[in-house]
Design a binder for this molecule. Sequence first.
Ligand SMILES: *Cc1c(COP(=O)(O)O)cnc(C)c1O
Length: 338
Amino acid sequence: MIDLFSDTHTLPDDGMRRAMASAELGDEQMGEDPTTRRLEETVAALLDTEAAMFMPTGSMCNKVAVSALTKPGDALVCDHLAHVYRFEGGGSAVLSGIVFEPLATERGIFTPKQLDAVMKPGSVYEPRTSLVSIEQTHNFGGGVVWSFEEYAAVCDTARRHGASVFTDGARLLNAVAATGIPANKWASLVDAVWIDFSKGVGAPGGAIIAGSDRFIATAKRFKYLYGGAMRQSGVLAAAALYGLESNVPRMIDDQSHARSLATGLAEAGLEVADPESNMVFCEPPPRLGIQGFIDGMEAEGVRVSAVAGRIRMVTHVGVSSQDIDAAITAAVRVAATS
Ligand SMILES: *Cc1c(COP(=O)(O)O)cnc(C)c1O
């Protein structure tokens, strides 16, 4: 099976498994897991932040960031397709007591003008807008990449209104591959940023949140409060370290695989959005519909998914260029039967 369902479906290769098996371990919760600490130092250096903190999941990074940067009754601005708003069970509303102020966007990218219109200083009536969240790359928007100018302009606007900014960087490293702009430049403009290891980095789990010492001290309190402190997490941290070294430099291949796939699908007659990172979004052949196309592809040995009303295919370390050719051949056959 060629698995284009998600880059969360990556499996550790032999090298990663060896790194995990030989990791030096201790009690993470007590700050005594040496491999976890090495990962935290590595990522703090990569992002050029004072500190970084290993976390069980990206979703928990979002919860912790929101809790650390808001007070109950505050408003959080994000786009209406944002993972933190749409796909986490409303967790930040429950745990942080914030109200979401989602902005309508086409692809997940909002503008300073849109922000200006909703930012509020707070009053006895109105929630104070204390936090703005940017998703880079944008998942449900279509693997969309914020340009540095768009990103910087939104950060600047948020600051002018006295709000904090954090980046849901589940796939920030894919944005680095797409733009050539290093991770520390994206991190330099925000109060907090996190990266997922269970996606393009190819580890079986884990994420990391980064920011100032002061931010991490507050975030740590919420990590423990939400039950996110771990024990011998070095097994996962070793996988993340291995993935950063082995799988991240090749993310540029995921980009070109996505472009080849999009070209092939367009040639098969499908309506395809121009891929900006490692995701290809297309409309199914009208007569088949979404489920019909998913089932047809599955019968041809290719797993794809439905996301935000479209077909999504994600390239990652487990997908070779031969797999892309095979996926295109499968799509041509499925489209021909429709
Ligand atoms: C996957 C994802 C998350 C959640 O990360 P998990 O590690 O799966 O909990 C958050 N935001 C975005 C944009 C994602 O794609």
